[in-house]
Design a protein around this ligand. Structure first.
Ligand code: 7TS
Length: 405
């Protein structure tokens, strides 16, 4: 049974007032709030078990290691990885993409090769590939989108050739809400011999992901968009590919033997986890995943669809509002511009009404360029949001419009 009151009470931050108005937190695509169980798991670790992992012989270190590796196991199960070895902890989606571009890309990409991305990528799935192309002489190709903010599949198919060595696609766009058909994209890319990286930074909190069923080579995400802490995320990669890749960073924990002549690297996943990791972050991430599992994607998906439908109907009836991103397959993001009010002014005015949204280019400047807008206002919903909060948003938008009229 989906109990919204229960769910809201799991998130202590939600029960507060902003400028004397109830907080309506509608900036979940930037980061989600954290349930008490995640906060408790992190404080419990620091209160009772704090020690470095993988090296101590004492009880605390054993407990810290067990919790850290336990989190990896939960994450592997959640994404249906073949084993825990395929789960590499990173600082987040951004670092995971940089890891692949640097390590896999450095070893496999050469002049004349092509990397194919889409026009709706977040900067973190554009710039690492540009850097790789600059280093290697490879070419970055960009598959176009249509006015609804959907990938134009025929154009993608045309750009995908034997020269394509890597396809990088966002699972769910943060600026538009578009959900891409990643299963067919992966199959087509594999048919020409390309590897595929899916940016799941937005998707992983909203959609069930099975990396084996997808046969995806690399899937990346960030914990903080999944009710977990900041500063931690994962790269999930196929073991055979990860094994063939050189280390990304050197340091402690990623080596077996070091001499001044030569070092031997640790096995997976430690080869890619140099230095003391974000132990409490991993533990909090594991707990956040258990929290998602306790609600379940059926309930999450149903609830978030209701919220998006409710908000979309309101948006369609709102004079002077232009939605940016109207894909048929879309998740809970409402990106828009209002006639005569700049998104930044809008963000500031609705904040005074207790409503938190994001205004800006959402680290997706090419999307803004495509739609010929400098920025958008974006309300993004999560399982704990309510229709009343969406009402508060639209009342605040009306106020903003009246001020600027
Ligand atoms: N990819 C997508 C699709 C994203 O939405 C984001 C963050 C990232 C990658 C990068 O994630 P990070 O955790 O490594 O920073 N997107 C947003 C956003 O929409 N508003 O703030 C951050």
């Amino acid at each position: 049974m989906f109990d919204i009151e229960q769910i809201r009470s799991d998130f202590p931050i939600l029960a507060q007032q902003i400028y004397g108005k109830p907080l309506a937190y509608l900036d979940n695509a930037a980061t989600t709030q954290k349930p008490q169980c995640v906060i408790d798991a992190i404080s419990h670790y620091y209160e009772c078990d704090n020690a470095n992992v993988h090296r101590g012989v004492h009880a605390l270190s054993e407990r810290a290691t067990a919790e850290y590796e336990g989190a990896r196991k939960i994450i592997a199960g959640f994404f249906n990885a073949r084993s825990e070895r395929e789960v590499i902890f990173t600082r987040g989606a951004t670092e995971a993409i940089n890891l692949v571009a640097s390590s896999w890309g450095g070893a496999n990409i050469k002049a004349g090769d092509e990397i194919l991305i889409t026009h709706m990528e977040h900067h973190s799935n554009i710039v690492p590939w540009q850097l790789l192309c600059e280093r290697t002489g490879a070419t970055l190709k960009v598959a176009p989108i249509n006015e609804a903010g959907e990938l134009i599949i025929e154009a993608f198919d045309d750009l995908l050739t034997e020269r394509t060595k890597l396809v990088g696609v966002v699972h769910m766009s943060n600026a538009l809400g578009t959900i891409n058909p990643i299963a067919s994209i992966i199959a087509k890319a594999h048919a020409v011999g390309a590897k595929v990286l899916i940016d799941g930074a937005q998707a992983a909190a909203h959609l069930a992901v099975d990396v084996q069923a997808l046969d995806v080579d690399f899937y990346v995400t960030s914990a903080h968009k999944m009710y977990g802490p900041t500063g931690i995320g994962v790269l999930i990669g196929k073991q055979s590919i990860l094994e063939s890749m050189p280390p990304y960073q050197g340091g402690g924990d990623m080596i077996r033997i070091v001499t001044f002549e030569k070092s031997e690297y640790s096995e997976l996943p430690y080869k890619f986890e140099a230095g003391t990791p974000h132990i409490s972050g991993a533990i909090g991430f594991g707990k956040a995943i258990e929290y998602i599992q306790s609600i379940g994607f059926d309930a999450i998906g149903k609830r978030e669809k209701e919220l998006l439908a409710y908000a979309t109907t309101k948006a369609e009836g709102f004079d002077g509002l232009r939605q940016i991103g109207t894909a048929a397959e879309k998740a809970c993001v409402l990106s828009f511009v209002l006639k005569s009010v700049h998104p930044h002014d809008l963000g500031t005015i609705v904040d005074r009404e207790g409503v938190a949204i994001r205004a800006g280019h959402h680290c997706a400047m090419p999307v803004m360029q495509f739609f010929k807008v400098p920025a958008t206002a974006r309300a993004s919903f999560s399982v704990y949001n309510t229709e009343a909060e969406i009402d508060a948003l639209f009342i605040a938008l009306k106020k903003a419009q009246d001020i600027f009229a």
